[in-house]
Design a protein. Structure first.
Lengths: 328, 525
């Protein structure tokens, strides 16, 4: 068990290194931060000096080496655009992104699960058809368009909800939350729906497919033959067995939600890490881009690691196969 | 005791009521947030425009962009290189400290540190001396008529505040930490910084002790950056913001036709033009081998006469452009005359004839480099230009790049034909002549002459304009230099940008060519 975990952690570190390397080699193509930082009146001598101060005149290998050494200590340097430490900037933005991501995941689950169950139990009803058609829209419309449409209807036409920002936030230690104020809650509605819609349709379709599969199995037939009520069959037996793969998928999707909140955050001016990243890309703010990409990679690696470990704990066959494989 | 308290309460309630009667909150938005509150760290117009509500220069600009006293009440030259400035008395910083000559000396020196982005302005003073608490003497190395202009860009900080918070120098990227001045501010201006949450909101509050005369009634101003164009417009439509500095062009008609909203248009001091590689023996990106067609003035002239600038104005810019005949700025004051602004007319037959005379009857192929999303509709302008050049036989291949990559490419002179914009806060002719028109040499001259268009007569004129002490003679020389440049078509002017602002109908604003919203002039009716 310990050896397995250790192996996985070493693999995770390798993945992180590769991500860091790829990200870092891409930075050379995003443009020259120096000319952006200095503005148009600067002289060539100023540019040379700043390039040297930032260490951009050193070779790629040296720059990458410094990056890895510093990153290992949690040091990502100072943002070129804002002149503030990257770690502090990311820490400030993280609550906004995480709050939005978890709410979006919750929304996807709470709305998607019952819809999926309903579609499986009443596959021919008009409501189920409506859900399926609507879910097609959810899958095929790009996120930014959904966001803009929601803003148009609920902010501009109806005037019910704000079109941008987080509203008033309450500071709980280093964590800022919009869940405790009225304006903060109102501001969460549209971004949550925008970000969660795709995942919701995914969960709905997954639940529906899994459940239809389960409903065809023998033990459901036996349960019915025993005269159990529909309710007990559907929710006591069928749904329970449907949920195992669904939970796995939701866990993995959480990483996606956090990573792809960039678009939602841009549309709604949501002050999270994604917005920070987009602005960093435009001004070639390498320290922020590097930190953000590393962080997202870390999120995926950790989630995958946890899922693997859970499988290992839950599924005895994995352990057996490993033993067989090692012996063979 | 109880009575006193009641009286005090009543008085303060009255004060709140009286204040509330004229107090108004302005919520305004633009695409990007300010980068820093440090007034010497970043020379970016969007940043300095907001800083200038908090910090003030010695010399400022009025609504017509004329030079007017700010923290200096008067000035005089005791010799062509020595200027004496009399400072305004009884000015207080937001923290209550008085503004004195020591702050001027300190600020000019701070803005001239190697880590400052304002050295190009503050550096004109070779020495600064304090004569008494309210008199400062500035000496320049050579006669410099642009001094007042250059000083209008240097904002004044409080020496004691900077020393106490260890921000005697602007942001230094070698020293990897945040400085206090990045998120805090202490100026003398009409507004003080109340709170700042980067990328979310910045709140400015009226400075009740400001020395100036506040024409507007904005008591609190909240800046809310919104990156996405559509969301910014939606926020204006839904009433969540009152003013948008940079509404997207495609939404203007809609905004104009929405009741309760209006557009205020103003010409920006920014000229968009084309430059050509006139230095290499053979162009990097062309099918002409062994020679450089752009070295021939007839080819440059042909290119210029192939441009249908009115079509670009009406179709690409939707009317938001002002066709220009020169790189000279109409905000140069007496240095600009309307006769400078003569465009070479659109004349395709003549352009083809000029090409044939120059030895290119079949035209040639060349790459047109263009930024995307740096200037208004820049990419679309270049698409239109490419189509126009083809009509006289010049097959322009379009290469568009994001600004961050584009300018890095230009700095290496890695281009044959390129688009550039020049402008910002209106200033002296020398801020165009030296960096853009002079031939490149160490010290900043010609840094933006990416095509290395070189004319020794023009160089000589610019060097003399720089140190000319007599304004009348200097005017003649500037006119001569621009005529020389235009005769040789060293660059091809396109247009000056016209910037629309979108806002509630009850807002009264002044649209200046530096695209700055001056809060103290803004009224909410």
């Amino acid at each position: 068990m310990l050896a397995f975990i250790l192996r996985r952690i070493i693999q995770a570190v390798l993945v992180m290194l590769v991500v860091g390397f790829v990200a870092f080699s891409l930075f050379r193509y995003v443009g020259d931060p120096v000319s952006i930082m200095l503005g148009q009146e600067a002289t060539a001598a100023d540019r040379v000096r700043l390039t040297h101060d930032l260490g951009l005149d050193r070779s790629f290998v040296v720059q990458f080496g410094h990056f890895v050494a510093n990153a290992a200590q949690g040091q990502f340097g100072i943002s070129y655009r804002m002149g503030r430490p990257v770690a502090a900037l990311i820490a400030e933005r993280m609550p906004a992104t995480l709050e939005l991501s978890f709410l979006a995941a919750l929304f996807a689950l709470v709305a998607g699960l019952p819809m999926g169950v309903y579609c499986a139990l009443r596959p021919t009803s008009w409501l189920a058809r409506l859900f399926l058609t609507a879910s097609l829209v959810g899958v095929s419309l790009p996120t930014f368009l959904i966001g803009i449409l929601l803003i148009l209807v609920f902010a501009v036409q109806l005037g019910w909800l704000p079109s941008f920002g987080r509203g008033d936030v309450v500071q709980l230690g280093w964590w800022s939350t919009g869940l405790l104020t009225r304006s903060g809650l109102k501001a969460l509605v549209l971004p949550t729906i925008t970000l969660g819609l795709f995942q919701m349709t995914l969960i709905m379709r997954l639940v529906r497919a899994e459940m239809l599969e389960v409903l065809r199995t023998d033990y459901i037939k036996f349960a019915r033959a025993r005269g159990l009520s529909d309710r007990a069959v559907h929710f006591g037996h069928a749904l329970k067995n449907t949920l195992v793969p669904v939970i796995t998928v939701i866990g993995l999707q959480l990483g996606n939600i956090i990573a792809f909140s960039i678009i939602t955050e841009t549309v709604f001016q949501w002050p999270g890490m994604g917005l920070l990243f987009i602005q960093a890309v435009q001004s070639a703010d390498i320290p922020i881009m590097a930190a953000y990409l590393s962080l997202i990679a870390l999120v995926f690696v950790v989630i995958n690691l946890v899922v693997d470990l859970l499988y290992y704990a839950v599924d005895p066959r994995l352990r057996v196969e490993r033993v067989v494989a090692q012996n063979g | 005791m109880g009575r006193k308290f009641a009286l005090a309460l009543l008085l303060s309630l009255l004060a709140i009521w009286a204040h509330g009667a004229r107090a108004a909150t302005l919520r305004w938005s633009a695409q990007g947030d300010i980068l820093t509150m440090d007034p010497h760290a970043q020379n970016v117009v969007t940043t300095t425009n907001i800083q200038a509500q908090i910090y003030e220069p010695l010399i400022s600009r009025d609504k017509q962009m004329r030079v007017v006293p700010a923290l200096a009440v008067s000035w005089a030259q005791s010799s062509p290189t020595v200027w004496v400035f009399n400072l305004r008395r009884d000015v207080k910083f937001h923290d209550g400290a008085p503004f004195t000559a020591d702050d001027v000396l300190f600020s000019l020196q701070r803005a001239n540190e190697p880590t400052s982005n304002f050295r190009v302005y503050a550096g004109v003073a070779s020495s600064v001396r304090k004569l008494d608490d309210y008199t400062v003497e500035v000496t320049t190395a050579a006669p410099n008529l642009a001094l007042l202009n250059q000083l209008s860009f240097v904002l004044m900080m409080n020496k004691a505040w900077c020393i106490n918070h260890n921000v005697g120098r602007p942001q230094d990227f070698k020293n990897k930490e945040e400085t206090y001045a990045v998120r805090n501010a202490n100026g003398t201006g009409p507004y003080s910084l109340k709170s700042r949450d980067p990328d979310v909101k910045t709140v400015l509050a009226e400075n009740p002790n400001w020395w100036g005369n506040r024409e507007g009634n904005v008591s609190e101003a909240i800046f809310l950056p919104i990156k996405s164009d559509a969301t910014r417009v939606a926020a204006l439509l839904s009433g969540e913001v009152d003013f948008v500095l940079d509404p997207p062009l495609q939404d203007l008609t809609r905004l104009k036709n929405t009741s309760g909203l209006k557009l205020v248009e103003g010409r920006e001091n920014r000229i968009i033009f084309l430059g050509m590689d006139q230095s290499r023996g053979e162009l990097l990106y062309s099918d002409v081998k062994g020679k450089n067609p752009f070295k021939d003035v007839r080819v440059r002239r042909a290119l210029s006469q192939a441009i249908d600038i009115e079509a670009i104005k009406s179709r690409v810019m939707r009317g938001f452009a002002d066709p220009a005949g020169t790189l000279a700025s109409p905000w140069w004051g007496d240095y600009f005359t309307p006769s400078m602004d003569q465009r070479l007319p659109l004349d395709r037959p003549k352009a083809r004839r000029l090409l044939a005379e120059a030895g290119y009857p079949e035209g040639f192929e060349v790459t047109l480099d263009c930024p995307n999303a740096r200037y208004i509709n820049d990419e679309q302008i270049c698409q239109a230009l490419a189509a126009m050049f083809v009509q006289i036989g010049i097959r322009a291949k379009l290469n568009t790049m994001p600004p961050a990559n584009y300018f890095a490419k230009l700095q290496k002179n890695d281009t044959s034909l390129y688009m550039l914009g020049w402008g910002g806060p209106p200033s002296d002719p020398i801020t165009l002549l030296r960096p853009v028109l002079h031939s490149p040499r160490p010290g900043g001259d010609g840094d933006f002459n990416y095509g290395r268009a070189i004319d020794s007569k023009l160089d000589d004129l610019i060097d003399r304009i720089d140190i000319e002490a007599d304004p009348a003679r200097r005017q003649v020389m500037v006119a001569e230099a621009m005529a020389l440049h235009d005769e040789e078509v060293l660059h091809i002017p396109l247009h000056r940008q016209v910037i629309p602002w979108a806002m509630r109908a009850n807002l009264r604003v002044v649209h200046r060519p530096d695209n700055r919203l001056e809060l103290s002039w803004t009224r909410i009716e």
